[in-house]
Design a protein around this ligand. Structure first.
Ligand code: PMP
Length: 301
């Protein structure tokens, strides 16, 4: 994915030119992954640019920061306002928004004693991440458990685990990895949640090693509203392989059909009907076409 530059990046309260948005090499987060982040998506709607579930993302950012005992110098409201303003001055509509809070310059040791925290926000134009139906493989790397990290957080350091799984999959010619938890149950993708469709019901793992994603939560709600049974349960890899349909979901990914797991074809090897129906519904909701879900949109202007 090439980075599409925009004019400004927000750093600690200031709108800084793209080329000037730099940090010192002794930034604690570079050495120890002591950062937390979010991935947020905005869309073009008839009423201007709308950010999808902004409040949920900012809540989760603070939950993550709290896990690392990070005290942010900005309130939730200030960060939301900064995102809206950044979208506006960068003249964006369909965009990916990346807030990151990190331990900065101040100490070379692991424990971030007296290390200041910084916050930055990057916005880039965003087109669709995945164009093809995914072929995935089961990773040998287990996803973090509550014994090695904090549930429900997006801690940068945890993503080394995702990178290992992604390299493993790409080196073997797959598009993506599927990660299990320490007990061998299905957790999630390296940066996506997973759903199976079985007998017309949508099912997603309830593993405590998976991030309770905002897209996942939205899909559960949308499905139930649409009259499709949707629930969470402990899931085995066998259930995944015998699913009628399968898809990954996430803020960046949106809804991406998965057509094989470890080379075992899912359904007829094409994107499933229910998957495409949910994807279509989701696309309308994020673009403000569905009045029922306008509560999930925050307009940038
Ligand atoms: N799991 C992981 C590990 C992720 O990084 C993401 C992306 N944030 C997701 C799941 C999907 O979460 P969301 O729908 O909130 O983007």
């Amino acid at each position: 994915m090439d980075i599409k530059k925009t004019k400004f990046i927000w750093m600690d309260g200031k709108f800084v030119k793209w080329k000037d948005a730099k940090v010192h090499i002794l930034t604690h987060a570079i050495h120890y992954g002591s950062a937390v982040f979010e991935g947020i998506h905005s869309y073009k709607t008839d009423n201007g640019t709308a950010v999808f579930r902004l409040n949920d993302h900012i809540e989760r950012l603070f939950h993550s920061a709290n896990a690392l005992s990070m005290k942010l110098k900005f309130t939730k409201q200030q960060l939301k306002n900064a995102i809206k303003k950044l979208i506006k001055i960068n003249k964006l509509s369909d965009a990916y928004i990346r807030p990151v809070a990190y331990y900065g310059y101040g100490n070379i040791g692991v424990f971030p004693k007296d290390v200041p925290t910084n916050v930055a926000m990057i916005t880039v134009p965003w087109e669709h991440y995945y164009s093809t139906n995914l072929r995935i493989m089961t990773s040998k790397y287990a996803r973090h458990s509550e014994k090695s990290s904090v549930f429900g957080t997006k801690l940068s350091g945890n993503y080394a685990n995702s990178i290992l799984a992604m390299y493993e999959a790409r080196k073997k010619g797959y598009d993506e990895a599927l990660m299990l938890d320490l007990n061998g149950y299905v957790a999630e993708g390296p940066a996506e949640n997973i759903f199976i469709v079985k007998n017309r019901a949508l099912i997603t793992p309830n593993s405590r090693s998976a991030l309770p994603g905002i897209t996942r939560k939205s899909i559960l709600e949308i499905s139930r509203d649409t009259g499709i049974r949707a629930y969470e349960k402990k899931m085995t890899i066998k259930e995944v392989k015998s699913a009628d349909e399968l898809f990954f979901c996430g803020t960046a990914t949106e809804i991406a059909p998965v057509v094989s797991v470890d080379n075992k074809k899912i359904g007829n090897g094409k994107a499933g009907k229910i998957t495409l129906m949910i994807k279509n519904k989701y696309n309308g909701i994020v673009r403000g076409k569905d009045n029922k879900y306008k509560k999930w949109l925050t307009y940038a202007e």
